[in-house]
Write a protein that binds this ligand. Sequence first.
Ligand SMILES: NC(=O)c1ccc[n+]([C@@H]2O[C@H](COP(=O)([O-])OP(=O)(O)OC[C@H]3O[C@@H](n4cnc5c(N)ncnc54)[C@H](OP(=O)(O)O)[C@@H]3O)[C@@H](O)[C@H]2O)c1
Length: 265
Amino acid sequence: MISVCVAGATGWAGSELARAIAHADDLALVAAVSRTHAGQVLGDVLHEPRLTAVVYASAREALATPCDVLVEYTKPASANANILVALEQGAHVVVGTSGLTDDDIAEIDAAARKRQRGVLACGNFALTVVLLQKFAEAAARLIPQWEIIDYAHDDKVDAPSGTARELASRLGKIRAPQPTIPLDRTVGPREARGATLAGSQVHSIRLPGYVISAEVIFGMPDQKLSIRHDSGSSARPYVDGALLAIRKVSTLVGLHRGLDSVLDL
Ligand SMILES: NC(=O)c1ccc[n+]([C@@H]2O[C@H](COP(=O)([O-])OP(=O)(O)OC[C@H]3O[C@@H](n4cnc5c(N)ncnc54)[C@H](OP(=O)(O)O)[C@@H]3O)[C@@H](O)[C@H]2O)c1
């Protein structure tokens, strides 16, 4: 039995995961974090009687109940501190929250290695996104020019999305794209060419009407290839990957990014 604490268990993504944990035979949700529901039983908040864990206002308080794995599903501003507290307490960590900076990642990796614990950070737990990443990596080996577009709802505060960041980072490890006109020779506002992340140009669109999508466009003379992923409006696509991450994270040491770290693809 793997004991789990979910930080952000009352949120859009965390509540769907908490319900799935309640129905998994090998997982036990032992504590939860949410400021507004602190002191309540999670099952009362989520209308799921199997969830008997108490909700705490902070990860530090919740982690007084020992757990094997903390799932971080709060917000970019609180994620780093929650992850470091969990490692300090000896838990492995699964990170669903987007927006970790490179400095956060370096700090978390060092803390995890010091404690010999695993951290698995996935900007997107959907299996179809893992495939998007793999297909894009294959394309980048053959096609030298691409740009990334990240579409999301208007109230998403972080940009680019975790999915777009992770995609840029992965493609940057294959090669740096070679734009025909270097960015510093852009005529007009430089911002029109997007942000440069790990060498890739990334364009984030935030508008009502969108849910979450990510697209990589590869261009070659007189031909182009678009690889695009669209999520629906429920948090269901993220559940199976997050459960897999919870089950596998203890096999890792240090910070690893992407579900394919624990998938045989
Ligand atoms: N990796 C993936 O596949 C995936 C999928 C979906 C979402 N995400 C990411 O996951 C994160 C959460 O998204 P969401 O849509 O679920 O957000 P949400 O609905 O706003 O839920 C956030 C949860 O975190 C809690 N929380 C927020 N700030 C906190 C703090 N300072 N201390 C303690 N608890 C805090 C909230 O409860 P209180 O406000 O009551 O504290 C709530 O339970 C975002 O970064 C999102 O981009 C990732």
